[in-house]
Ligand binder design. Structure first.
Ligand code: SF4
Ligand code: SF4
Length: 459
């Protein structure tokens, strides 16, 4: 059995008090001054009232972040002097896609490396936009032997980055005649993408590179961000050559933006470094389907399909990434060439479940960006985009602290990927690709169950 892939988790608290979902209101004028050992504040099972402090950087009480929202103190206070309300700061986090719950869950995972547990049942709507229109089939969840996290069964999360031969040829003695293409073995189906915005600095890039090395994965880096401090991580870097940029000596992979003449750049790379693999970055729009087909037929090894940060095509009436990738994957299957190319998808991958879902839609793996920035405490306030200061001073992070937070986040995602694969009865991440038999789509269910009766329904 291959050695089990292990991600080293180390609890790494944030540098700033986080933003809690609720806001505790204490009305001291109603306080009965109960004896210390009977006051509800001293009986909090999580020691929240003892642990709270005043954060002088942000000028705020840390209680709202520490509180686990069990409501015990609120229910048990005889004078009803304690109450809770939704925290307005929490409600303002992020936007319609990067919702407050996603951001705070990513913070939790970056701090602890643990799977977030919401408990108390799901109270949300049955279906929503984007990835919430899709469900995974957890029919194997009842089998304890499928527990991949705690070691009863090995679930492999590796994927290969590279082109595959359509078939192998052997000599009469069984020796291999075909020469396989070079490829990179990734221990989990993720690579890091350059951050689309943020209070960025060399320390941020260094934190990402250190994390990529610890995880054994790869990271795309824009040529303008290449600096001497990244040299020790060169084996894990994929320089994105936007034109003038230089490749790094010894790079195992290079990314080229798709444009006229990019294939001749790939040829030049192969002539110099035949072992390197080339990624071609294609903007996800209506043209992408045709481009992917053409590139695959002309020998592309890895195609990186890039949607916008909310997972939409760059179009006026965009499709969501899951629908666009499904079409692209299906077309390659119909042409009989799907196995030859690796498809990496980026944009809108905000949670571990999105990783599994986009692979079910046909991606081999994905490239993530904003979750990494959020792991560094980003609040998605976009002040940096307007040239204003960052409230959590991301540009001045310690790279070791940042790397630990990113590794923790990936540890939590890896555990969730194993959990979802185990529940689906899939033991190899490579088998997730395009396995729509293990997924349900709202649109398909509506059409198959109610279409004949009611026609197409709009939500
Ligand atoms: S709601 Fe629960 S966790 Fe929060 S402070 Fe009160 S007793 Fe503690
Ligand atoms: S917290 Fe706001 S200013 Fe800082 S990096 Fe994130 S979006 Fe930019």
């Amino acid at each position: 059995m291959p050695k089990k892939y292990h991600i080293p988790i180390k609890p790494t608290p944030g540098r700033f008090p986080s933003i809690g979902r609720f806001y505790i209101i204490e009305q001291d004028q109603y306080c009965l001054h109960c004896p210390t050992n009977s006051c509800v504040k001293y009986n909090c099972a999580y020691g929240v009232y003892k642990e709270r402090r005043f954060d002088s950087k942000e000028w705020k009480d840390t209680i709202d972040y520490l509180c686990k929202n069990c409501f015990r103190c609120i229910q048990e206070c005889k004078a009803k002097a304690i109450s809770k309300t939704k925290n307005p700061e929490y409600l303002q986090l992020g936007d319609d896609y990067w919702k407050p719950g996603i951001i705070t869950s990513l913070w939790y995972q970056a701090e602890t490396g643990k799977i977030p547990v919401s408990g108390a049942g799901y109270r949300g709507p049955f279906v929503g936009p984007g990835f919430d229109e899709m469900w995974t089939d957890m029919s194997e969840i009842v089998r304890p032997t499928r527990d991949g996290i705690h070691g009863r069964e090995y679930i492999a999360t590796n994927i290969d980055l590279g082109r595959k031969l359509p078939s192998l040829r052997f000599d009469p003695e069984g020796g291999l005649l075909s020469t396989p293409f070079p490829s990179i073995d990734l221990p989990m189906p993720i690579i890091f993408n350059p951050l689309p915005f943020g209070a960025l600095s060399e320390n941020v890039t260094l934190a990402m590179a250190k994390a990529a090395k610890t995880l054994g994965i790869m990271m795309v880096v824009n040529d303008r961000e290449l600096s001497p401090s990244l040299i020790p991580y060169r084996e894990h870097l994929i320089p994105c050559l936007n034109g003038e940029g230089k490749e790094i000596k010894g790079s195992k992979a290079v990314e080229f933006p798709y444009r006229k003449g990019c294939l001749s750049k790939v040829k030049e790379l192969k002539a110099k470094n035949p072992e390197a693999v080339a990624l071609i970055k294609v903007i996800l729009n209506k043209e992408a389907k045709r481009t992917v087909l053409e590139l695959t037929k002309t020998g592309a090894e890895i195609i990186h399909l890039s949607a916008d940060i909310n997972g939409h095509e760059f179009e006026e009436n965009p499709s969501f990434i899951k629908d666009a990738i499904r079409k692209i994957h299906t077309q390659l299957v119909e042409e009989g060439i799907r196995d030859e190319v690796t498809l990496i998808v980026s944009g809108g991958i905000a949670q571990a479940e999105h990783l599994a879902k986009i692979m079910l839609c046909g991606a081999d793996g994905c490239a993530i960006d904003l979750p990494l920035l959020i792991a560094l405490e980003c609040r998605l306030c976009k002040r940096c985009v307007k040239g204003l200061s960052c409230p959590v001073e991301i540009d001045s992070i310690n790279p070791d602290w940042g790397a630990r937070r990113i590794v923790n986040l990936m540890g939590a995602w890896h555990s969730q990927l194993i959990e979802v694969m185990g529940a689906m009865g899939i033991r190899e991440a490579r088998r997730l690709r395009g396995e729509t038999g293990r997924a349900m789509f709202y649109e398909d269910m509506e059409r198959e169950r109610f279409g004949e009766l009611f026609g197409k329904r709009s939500r």
